[in-house]
Design a protein around this ligand. Sequence first.
Ligand code: B12
Length: 211
Amino acid sequence: MTEIMDELKKAIVEGDEDLALEKLEECLNAGEKPAELLEKAVVAGINEAGQLWQENEYFLPDVILSAEAFKAVMAELGPKLAGADVKSRGTVLIGTVEGDMHDLGKSIVIAMLSSAGYQVHDLGVDVPADTFIEKTKELKPDILGLGAYMSTTMEYMRDIIQRLVDEGIRNQVKVLVGGVPTSAEFAAEIKADAWGKDALDAVEKANQLLG
Ligand code: B12
């Protein structure tokens, strides 16, 4: 971890979007690797803000500022995560389930899937089951990615998978789930096809699902 990387992380923790963008540029100019910046500064920064929130050092508006800085940095960094392998691998329809507004983790997953050659269609946050079903029918993706970030919203994933069964389209799409309260056990229980621990794992699981 170099000094400017640490400064980038600090700017995210402190929710200073302009400074974060400035530091990102400095890091890139200094030749720091995008994947390393993502892990050691950007994700580490939002995690530290979350930790401070948990410890009551930060309040919600502080975390919102950190999230804004995170998003601004990801908008620049995401496209730079592209790997050498750019042949099209398949299509992924992804969204955050109903009642859930978290999307920072999803944005990393999208960046990594895109850079691995997947065509990703993002439905955004707070997506009702109906929309997942309609869009699955319309776009016929190879993979449906579901993100849930709260113990209170993860159960919607079960409903969506059941809806796919009810609509007779369950065997037409692979379901990949993820998000902080989810687990491999939960994914198996709700009959998803796979669980992604993090964004790298999401790409690996997508590759496995499509053989
Ligand atoms: C940032 C944050 C926010 C931001 C969100 C900004 C945004 N645009 O996303 C703000 C401040 C807005 C926010 C709001 C709220 N939050 Co919040 N938030 C967090 C925090 C601190 C970090 C989440 C995050 O972005 N992590 C960083 C990313 C990179 O990690 P990740 O999401 O886990 O993603 C990785 C993997 O999970 C995986 N992955 C992610 N998505 C997917 C999808 C697929 C398909 C796959 C395969 C893999 C995958 O890959 C990612 C990259 O490695 C967490 C604490 C925590 N420890 O998670 C709380 C947390 C999730 N929030 C929480 C709560 C309670 C709330 C609020 C209800 C607070 C309130 N009182 O209003 C609201 C919810 C509003 C709503 N209806 O959604 C709780 C949830 C508790 C629970 N019930 O489970 C947590 C756990 C905090 C806590 N300890 O209490 N939050």
